[in-house]
Write a protein that binds this ligand. Structure first.
Ligand code: SAH
Length: 457
């Protein structure tokens, strides 16, 4: 049986955009059938061509605008929209903040959870905020280029101004690229598996201004090594650490396991809420320091810590939340699955003279059960899980342990809403408006803090 779809491929149509998806695409509906159109905003009437059809939805491309949204920002460089750099770059910043709040509101409504969502805490200057960049290196028409992949592809778009990165990081990438070009270092080719340099990673401390450059290579051998080192050192005044990371596998994974310090230190330092952190090439470290401070501050304030509480920080990474909380708590326990991160967390605790924080390697859901069996009674549980959210077993363990408060730091509204329902089933209710904090301006990512309290004690 041939399906009767309301539109067909290559058809030219006119329509009004009614919604914006969580990926930032405009939606036009034809008899309830959605057509997703990049670079189209709610309220705009556009002429478009249907580029792809499937059973439940289609894709289109905007050709001309009959009316434009008052929230539209004309981007000088349209390439930002096509890459993952700034998929919301065409939307004014106040409208981006509302979009992120509404995304949570809509998901809660769909789940029949009548909860309040506070306005998104945004940045004063919502550009040039990232303290870290990882840029692919490719040979294009015989020239080594650094840039960004087109969304959903491995086509490199050469870019020098990345818009959302610390400008010193942009300058450093260009300087490193020029040194690599000068010595004709071969770029890695994903198809053939040949070549040397895969990715350039740069980090810069927001407060410390210390710069780390990591050259991620396919091969152990780095041609012209001494000259490369000397020239990068000369070109990057704030350089503190130059590292080669070797990734010999034919894989999408960015970083390998082996690091060789080529020059300077193995780590750089930076601060968050006045606490010193050592950051190594493989460490997870929050990329928007200004907003991370707001996010943690919000979590600490909402936990109402007065120095008497015992706190568990599940999914603690290198201990950033744990150490920020330690000053305001009696004792903090952190658990994290990556052993290197726990080693960093312990070192960071010692570096800051913090002796009331204890760190364990493990799965949060398993460690919670162990702590519970050992009789640990936390007053506050802080969770900051990856995108997939909390494991059921962690929620069960939390229910049995019975902390008075749970602070949920979320990077994925969909799993947050699911977990809030599950937490309600074990006796936890949301007691304050959910607070979105914009960690990734110009992108569609939504981070938030939610406070839950035990209702049956
Ligand atoms: N709170 C930290 C890290 C948050 S990112 C910060 O703000 O910097 C989430 C962390 O959860 C990552 O470090 C990841 O390695 C860790 N993780 C993922 N699955 C886990 C699990 N099952 N148990 C414990 N940690 C886990």
């Amino acid at each position: 049986m041939k399906l009767q779809l309301p539109v067909h491929k290559n058809e030219h149509r006119t329509g009004t955009v009614t919604d914006l998806t969580y990926e930032g695409n405009g939606v036009i509906k034809v008899d309830h059938y959605p057509i997703f159109i990049p670079n189209a905003l709610p309220g705009e009437t556009i002429e478009y061509v249907v580029t792809k059809v499937s059973k439940n939805f289609a894709w289109g491309r905007a050709l001309a605008w009959q009316t434009k949204s008052a929230d539209r920002v004309e981007l000088a460089d349209q390439r930002y929209l096509q890459t993952g750099i700034a998929p919301l770059g065409h939307l004014s910043y106040p409208a981006q903040l509302k979009f992120k709040q509404k995304l949570l509101v809509d998901l809660l409504a769909k789940a029949h959870l009548p909860l309040e969502v506070a306005p998104t805490l945004g940045m004063k200057t919502p550009v040039r905020y990232r303290n870290k960049a990882q840029v692919p290196v490719k040979l294009i028409r015989g020239r080594l280029e650094t840039g960004f992949y087109k969304r959903g592809s491995h086509d490199l778009v050469p870019i020098e101004d990345f818009l959302i990165q610390d400008p010193v990081i942009d300058q450093t990438i260009v300087a490193v690229r020029d040194v690599l070009r000068r010595h004709q270092i071969p770029a890695y080719d994903e198809q053939t598996g040949r070549g040397v340099i895969r990715t350039v990673m740069v980090r810069r401390g927001y407060y410390s201004h210390e710069v780390m450059v990591v050259l991620i290579t396919k091969t152990k051998h780095l041609p012209a090594q001494q000259a490369l080192i000397a020239e990068i050192v000369a070109a990057v005044p704030e350089l503190k650490s130059l590292v080669q990371n070797i990734n010999e596998k034919q894989t999408n994974k960015l970083l390998g396991d082996q690091n060789r310090v080529l020059w300077g230190q193995a780590t750089i330092n930076d601060q968050l809420l006045g606490i010193d952190f050592k950051i190594s090439p493989l460490s997870f470290y929050q990329v928007n320091p200004q907003q991370t401070e707001k996010l943690y501050q919000t979590a600490i304030e909402q936990a109402k810590l007065d120095g008497s509480q015992t706190v568990i920080d599940a999914y603690c990474g290198i201990g950033t939340i744990s150490l920020a909380v330690a000053k305001h708590a009696k004792k903090v326990y952190g658990v994290e699955i990556v052993p290197a991160a726990i080693a960093d967390a312990k070192q960071n605790a010692a570096l800051n003279g913090i002796d009331n924080a204890e760190f364990v390697v493990g799965k949060a859901e398993e460690q919670m059960a162990k702590w519970q069996a050992a009789g640990l009674k936390p007053d506050v549980l802080i969770v900051d899980p990856p995108r997939k959210g909390l494991a059921e077993s962690l929620i069960e363990a939390a229910g049995v342990m019975g902390p008075q408060k749970i602070i949920y730091v979320s990077c994925n509204p969909a799993t947050l809403v699911r977990d809030l329902q599950r937490l309600a089933a074990v006796g936890y209710q949301v007691t304050q408006p959910i607070q979105p904090v914009d960690q990734f301006p110009q992108t569609t990512h939504v981070e938030s803090v939610t406070v839950l309290e035990r209702t049956d004690k």
